[in-house]
Design a protein around this ligand. Structure first.
Ligand SMILES: Cc1cc2nc3c(=O)[nH]c(=O)nc-3n(C[C@H](O)[C@H](O)[C@H](O)COP(=O)(O)O)c2cc1C
Length: 238
């Protein structure tokens, strides 16, 4: 998966050419959060129950409800500004970002950069099975579902026979062993075998925005340029 770090919206036009060195300002300007509170937020907000992605002080990535794969409970729109206000490290927003409008929105919420996943699945370079890509292109806005809520490890995937049945069994109170029958080997089936019926086709809600398989360079260029244009347009309009 890929991180894009950007200058803050006000400096976007000037610094946009240099993606490798551009940095947003350390957020939380004026916020009064103690080290202890900061540390607590880190622990409480770790979606994966493991150490955070980046060392403290270097940045915070938040992955939200909309994203593909393992998800949290809060939406990007509600969460990012709260994290920005609460921590004293740069925040990278993830979840529900697939074009320049969403990049601009993430920056407006106070993130200094974004991380994207689902939109890169529909790239020529992504080595997933062609059937997986075809399923993504076919997906509409409401074609994802979250499995594994009851077990505390929610995962957003495309709706198919496996995920629908998994959720049905979860709601009926099936235990972990029964549920594992559905997920065992399901990612391999999706990624390598192209099994779109019983495979785990991890994808976020932005799957509905994917209409063609394109080179990664084009996807990222459109993301970046689209974000710059959106910010410039907002500067003119507001
Ligand atoms: C197919 C797929 C597999 C993923 N696997 C992981 C993973 O192993 N570990 C992880 O931290 N995040 C994983 N993610 C989440 C991404 O790193 C990223 O945070 C997320 O996709 C961003 O939201 P978006 O899908 O709406 O762009 C995965 C996402 C997808 C779509």
């Amino acid at each position: 998966m890929l991180d894009i770090r950007c200058p803050a919206p006000s400096g976007a036009a000037a610094g946009a050419e240099d993606l490798s060195t551009a940095r947003g300002p350390v957020p939380n300007g004026g916020s009064n959060v103690s080290e202890e509170q900061n540390s607590r937020l880190y622990n409480e907000n770790n979606d994966y129950g493991e150490r955070d992605y980046a060392p403290r002080k270097s940045g915070k990535k938040k992955k939200r409800k909309e994203s593909g794969g393992h998800v949290g409970e809060m939406t990007t729109m509600a969460l990012v500004p709260q994290v920005v206000d609460a921590v004293s490290v740069p925040v990278i927003a993830a979840g529900g970002i697939a074009d320049g409008r969403q990049l601009a929105a993430a920056l407006a919420l106070g993130a200094c950069g974004v991380q994207v996943g689902t939109c890169l699945l529909a790239s020529e370079e992504c080595p997933i099975h062609e059937n997986y890509k075809a399923a993504l292109l076919k997906a509409r806005d409401s074609d994802t579902i979250v499995t594994g809520r009851t077990g505390g490890a929610p995962v957003r995937v495309l709706k198919n026979r496996m995920s629908r049945e998994y959720v049905r069994q979860e709601k009926a109170g099936a235990d972990k062993m029964e549920l594992e029958k559905y997920t065992l080997g399901s990612l391999r089936r999706a990624v390598f075998e192209g099994d779109t019926v019983t495979g785990s086709l991890m994808a976020g809600q932005v799957a509905g925005m994917l209409h063609e398989v394109r080179p990664v360079a084009d996807i990222l260029n459109d993301l970046w340029e689209g974000g710059r244009q959106r910010i410039a347009a907002l500067n003119t309009e507001c």
